[in-house]
Every structure is written in structure tokens, then in C-alpha cells.
Ligand binder design. Structure first.
Ligand SMILES: Nc1ncnc2c1ncn2[C@@H]1O[C@H](COP(=O)(O)OP(=O)(O)OP(=O)(O)O)[C@@H](O)[C@H]1O
Ligand SMILES: O=c1[nH]c(=O)c2[nH+]cn([C@@H]3O[C@H](COP(=O)(O)O)[C@@H](O)[C@H]3O)c2[nH]1
Ligand SMILES: NC(=O)CC[C@H](N)C(=O)O
Ligand SMILES: [Mg+2]
Length: 509
């Protein structure tokens, strides 16, 4: 059985980052809401309590059953997690006079404590809190301090429960990774054997057992996630995997033909379905982003359902869902406020009698790429920028028409080809052109024009959850702008998006 670390989420913006750091140490972990987690069985080697936007002093602050785990497993409370344990066990948490946000140095460290093994004097840590642990219970021992935060780290004496006020998961905590490794390896006893190869081996074995001789239909999009999912399933069930690639009329220029061709070379059993008209019909007259997404999701399901009937006796629908898709749709206080409906999360409609198989639903994107590499998948497929299932429909603001799609495809192709020829495509996490339904005045060949605007978007990111806009070179932007305005009929202005996520999102709808 796969050993793991459980991360209980109290709503911190850094919870995912904790998970990433744990995974980087080749240790498997799962995030669960503080009030809704699976059984703590023998595979759970330790528990991390996340930070939170709440204060432990608030009436409605998240509470959980700490006594249940205390002394049964090593526990590391981070920020809110540390404050929580201190506050309810003989100590006191108060509002500090100033909010402490940023770098600090540990001017006292108990070097004999295993949590601080190999961590140098004065180690820089990163703080983000408005409350402070003013006093601790008798059986607590301070194991690190800064000049303004006396209880920067503590241990509950005689137990393996620790609390730290700073955030080891943030890279500004220079020795944060070492501290996490100390906790996970030395204190929890994790074996660091979770690698792409071990993932592939256990996943293929588990898929074989789960699927037996059943047939699976998988939506293949040409993207990284579904490609890796398809190859894993292909290893497990061979010819019983039936891949379907839908031309929804919302793909990039020439993508349908190129993708079909590259998959045929991989030995996958793949069928292309031209459903352009069905998607355009469903989108006609819709301009609300959520309505557009819902309509696309519905048609996808209908097309998959038809395809499944054609194959006959299909029991499963395969999907390339990855971990962030799932995390984004759960929250610590009930279902999260929906920011965008990702069409592949949330289950299938009742009429579809298929069970869902999602071999990658515990992986982050970079882990999916590593697994794909270990499976020998073409680097050109693995290196592709993420492209949303609803495709160009959510990059055309407002209503979608085949004419607008054609304009956007041309502009987008010029943009992406230039990123490639300039050698920056692989440095960018994701790029795409956006069609703005805004007309502005221009002048071309002495004639007045009154045409639409294309916005270029390019971001850097690790997993799509947060993102910064890319500082693309001016000469490259100038070349792209020129080419688009000179070659794409209907466009007379190009702008560049300089918003980061949050508060903006990567896609515009
Ligand atoms: N045109 C399509 N044809 C068939 N299935 C699709 C299509 N577009 C999306 N899907 C399905 O929806 C899932 C979610 O799409 P998503 O874009 O998140 O993942 P992806 O395309 O596999 O990877 P990437 O994030 O790199 O684009 C895919 O894994 C795939 O199963
Ligand atoms: O499969 C998908 N179905 C969707 O409905 C969807 N919406 C956004 N995305 C992709 O998710 C990442 C984050 O996007 P946002 O910052 O726009 O939310 C980015 O990589 C987006 O391209 C989607 N992918
Ligand atoms: N990052 C945190 O967990 C913050 C905890 C608490 N809300 C505070 O401000 O101190
Ligand atoms: Mg995609």
C-alpha cells in the first residue's frame, strides 16, 4: 500500500504549495478539507495542518478533532495549524500589533531538535500572519524564535507534534525544504520512493485489476493530460481502449489533422469525430461565459455517449483529469464559489451509464509531464501548452461564430509560430490569442478601418493555479503585432495582457 502524508486544509492559499514540496521530496501526499478526510489508516505516516485566512479566536474558525491524532502520528502545524494547537492546549493566541508579512530570521534555533537538523543559524524564513502565539502550554517547548516572534517553532514535549509560525513551503524560507525533509523523513519515517517509474508501475497494475476485460472510451484532446492518461491505459488494457478525438470547431488552426496524425504513430486506437456543427449550433446566440461552458460540456457528453454506443459494451469513460482540476472544485467550507466550471469535473449525467476512470487525478501538471517522459511519449506532445477543453470558445469574448473562430485561429497561429521560431515557446507556460468583440478605428492604406482587437496572453506558471504575465521581448511583440494586423482580415489592433493570476485568470472567460 502506498504510504502517504495527509495535509489537512484550513483554507490557506499555500496549501497546494505544501503538497508540491512534499511531492518534490518523492513522497506521496493528499490534501483534504479539515472537516472531511478519509480514514487515518496505517498508510498515513504523518499529518500537516495548513494555514488559514481565519483567526483561531474567531467564533466560526475551522475546528477539528486534534485529540484524535495527537500522539498517534507525527503532526506539523503550519501557521494557523500551529496557532490552533497552541491556543487550545494551554497557550494563548492574540492579535499582534502589526501584521507580519515577509522575511524574518531565526535568531534562536534549538540545534538538537530533529526538526532543525542541518538548518543554519539565522536561517531566513517567510512569515504571513496577523496573530501571534503569545504563550504556550507547560508541556510545550520553544525550539526557534525570531527577534519579534518568540514562538516561531515549538514541540509538544514527549510527542512528535510540532508547530511553526513561518511557511516552509514558500521558497523565501531558504531552508524550508530541509525542514520539511526533516519532518517527513526523519520524524515521520517516509521512504521517498514515490517516483514517476513507481507511479507508472502501480498505476498500470491497479488499472489492470480495476478494468479487467472491460472496454474504455477516452476523450483524447491532443493535450498533455489525456495523452499521458491514454498511454497508461493502453499499457494496461491494450485494444480495449478506444480513443476519441472530437473536432469541436474550437481547436487551434490545423490542430485536428496534426493531432490525429501524431497519435496514429503511437499505436493508439483513435477515432476522429467531426462535431463542429453540433458545437456551433449549441453556442449560437450564447454570450454568457458560464452558459457557453455548460453548453460545450453538454455537447461533449452527448458526443462521447454516441461514440460509446458505437463501440458497444463500453463500461468506462476515461478522462485526463489532474489533481488541480479536483482541488479547485473542493473547498474547506463546502463547495467553493464556482469561478469557472471545468467541464471534466463533477460527474456524468444520469443517462450516461458509464463509470469514470481517471488515472492522473492525483498528479500535478509537471508530474504528469515527468510520467509522460518516463513512458517515452513524444516531447512535442508533452511540451504543448495547456489548452482548455472549451477551446477557442472561451478565448472569443461574447458570442461565438465560425467567422470569429477562423479569425482567431489565424491570429493565434501567427502568435504561436513566432513564439516557437524565437525560441521562447518552451519557456512560456501557456500562450494564446484572445478575440475581443471591441471595434476600434484604424487607418490602412489611407482608408479608415473599424475592426476588432486581438489580445495576446502569455503567462509563466508552475501549475496554472497562480501565474505571472511573461515579459516577452518588445521586438518579438512588434513582429507578431505587425504580422497579425497585416495578414488577418478583420483585425486592426493588437494589445498585450499584463495581468497576473490572481486577481486575473489565465483565460478571459
Ligand atoms: N477535443 C477533445 N476531444 C476529446 N476529448 C477532449 C477534447 N478536449 C478535451 N477533452 C477531454 O477533456 C479533458 C480535459 O481537458 P484538459 O484540457 O484539462 O486536459 P488535456 O487537454 O488532456 O491537457 P491540457 O491541459 O494539456 O490541455 C481531456 O483530458 C480530455 O479527456
Ligand atoms: O480543460 C479545461 N477545461 C476548462 O473548462 C478550463 N478552463 C480553464 N482551463 C485551463 O486551466 C488553467 C487555469 O485557467 P484559469 O486561470 O483561466 O482558470 C489554464 O491552463 C486554462 O487554460 C481549462 N481547462
Ligand atoms: N497564514 C496563516 O495561517 C495565518 C493564520 C492567521 N489567520 C493569522 O493571521 O495569523
Ligand atoms: Mg486540453
Amino acid at each position: 500500500m502506498q504510504e502517504k502524508i495527509l495535509i489537512l486544509d484550513f483554507g490557506s492559499q499555500f496549501t497546494q504549495l505544501i503538497a508540491r514540496r512534499v511531492r518534490e521530496l518523492n513522497i506521496y501526499c493528499e490534501i483534504h478539507p479539515f472537516n472531511h478526510y478519509p480514514e487515518i489508516d496505517s498508510t498515513v505516516k504523518g499529518i500537516i495542518l495548513s494555514g488559514s485566512p481565519y483567526s483561531v479566536r474567531q467564533e466560526d474558525a475551522p475546528r477539528f478533532d486534534f485529540e484524535k491524532f495527537h500522539t498517534t502520528r507525527p503532526i506539523l502545524g503550519v501557521c494557523y495549524g500551529a496557532q490552533y494547537v497552541a491556543h487550545f492546549h494551554g497557550g494563548e493566541v492574540l492579535a499582534s500589533s502589526t501584521r507580519e508579512y515577509g522575511r524574518a530570521n531565526l535568531d534562536f534555533i534549538n540545534r538538537a531538535n530533529p526538526l532543525f537538523k542541518n538548518i543554519p543559524e539565522n536561517s531566513q524564513v517567510w512569515m504571513s500572519h496577523g496573530d501571534t502565539i503569545a504563550s504556550i502550554g507547560d508541556n510545550f517547548e520553544i525550539i526557534a524564535s525570531t527577534d519579534s516572534v518568540k514562538v516561531a517553532a515549538y514541540q509538544v514535549t514527549g510527542t512528535q507534534t510540532y508547530g511553526i509560525q513561518f511557511h516552509p513551503e514558500v521558497t523565501h524560507s531558504i531552508d524550508g525544504k530541509q525542514l520539511l525533509e526533516n519532518f517527513l523523513v526523519d520524524i515521520c519515517g517516509c521512504s521517498q520512493d514515490w517516483t514517476p517509474d513507481s507511479f507508472i508501475e502501480t498505476t498500470i497494475a491497479a488499472l489492470k485489476e480495476k478494468l479487467g476485460d472491460d472496454k474504455v472510451v477516452l476523450g483524447l484532446s491532443g493535450g498533455v493530460d489525456s495523452s499521458v492518461a491514454a498511454v497508461l491505459l493502453h499499457h494496461a488494457i491494450g485494444a480495449n481502449l478506444h480513443c476519441i478525438f472530437v473536432d469541436n470547431g474550437l481547436l487551434r488552426k490545423d490542430e485536428y489533422e496534426q493531432v490525429l496524425d501524431s497519435y496514429k504513430h503511437m499505436g493508439l486506437n483513435i477515432k476522429g469525430i467531426d462535431a463542429k456543427a453540433r458545437f456551433y449550433d449549441a453556442l449560437a446566440g450564447l454570450s454568457d461565459p458560464e452558459k457557453k461552458r455548460k453548453a460545450i460540456g453538454r455537447v461533449f457528453i452527448e458526443v462521447f455517449d454516441d461514440a460509446a454506443h458505437e463501440v458497444q459494451d463500453v463500461k468506462w469513460l476515461g478522462q485526463g483529469t489532474i489533481y488541480p482540476d479536483i482541488i479547485e472544485s473542493v473547498s474547506v467550507k463546502g463547495p467553493s464559489a464556482t469561478i469557472k466550471s471545468h467541464h471534466n469535473v463533477g460527474g456524468l449525467p444520469d443517462f450516461m451509464k458509464l463509470k469514470v476512470v481517471e488515472p492522473l487525478n492525483t498528479l500535478f501538471k509537471d508530474e504528469v509531464r515527468r510520467v509522460g517522459k518516463a513512458l517515452g511519449i513524444d516531447p512535442n506532445i508533452l511540451g504543448r501548452h495547456p489548452f482548455p477543453g472549451p477551446g477557442l470558445a472561451i478565448r472569443i469574448l461574447g458570442d461565438v461564430t465560425p467567422q470569429k473562430v477562423a479569425i482567431l485561429q489565424e491570429a493565434d497561429a501567427i502568435y504561436i509560430n513566432n513564439l516557437r521560431s524565437y525560441g521562447v515557446y518552451d519557456k512560456v507556460w501557456q500562450a494564446g490569442a484572445i478575440f475581443l468583440p471591441v471595434q476600434s478605428v484604424g487607418v490602412m492604406g489611407d482608408e479608415r478601418t473599424y475592426e476588432n482587437v486581438i489580445c495576446l496572453r502569455a503567462v509563466e506558471s508552475l501549475d496554472g493555479m497562480t501565474a505571472d504575465w511573461c515579459h516577452l521581448p518588445y521586438d518579438l511583440l512588434a513582429k507578431i503585432s505587425n504580422e497579425i494586423i497585416n495578414n488577418v482580415k478583420g483585425i486592426n489592433r493588437v494589445v498585450y495582457d499584463i495581468s497576473s493570476k490572481p486577481p486575473a485568470t489565465i483565460e478571459w472567460e
